[in-house]
Design a protein around this ligand. Structure first.
Ligand SMILES: [Zn+2]
Ligand SMILES: [Zn+2]
Length: 100
């Protein structure tokens, strides 16, 4: 993940921050995803390596991708009612992603 911006207009200088932004927009306060399972970093394991659902990551970063995968709705609409999709790199223009 090396995208530089979000279709809502949010822009950052590092890809990690886009992931953080998407997490803030998609992850509910109770950490319960559409599948009814609670997904959150399991603090009993190494930081950033395990999810409460049983998922374990071989390396840093994979847990963030797992959380985004389970929490991103199919229409990519966040809790604020706006559409959020990483864009700005690999030929994905923010303009095209921001329109339905
Ligand atoms: Zn999980
Ligand atoms: Zn956004």
């Amino acid at each position: 993940m090396s995208e530089r911006a979000c279709s809502c207009g949010f822009a950052v200088s590092s890809g990690d921050e886009v992931t953080d932004h998407l997490g803030e927009m998609f992850i509910p306060a109770d950490d319960i995803a559409a599948d009814g399972v609670r997904h959150a970093e399991d603090g009993r394991e190494a930081p950033g390596r395990a999810c409460l659902c049983g998922f374990t990551s071989p390396g840093a970063g994979a847990l963030d991708e797992h959380l985004l995968t389970v929490f991103t709705p199919t229409d990519e609409t966040g809790r604020d009612g706006r559409r959020h999709a990483a864009c700005g790199e690999t030929g994905v223009s923010c303009e095209s992603r921001g329109r339905r």
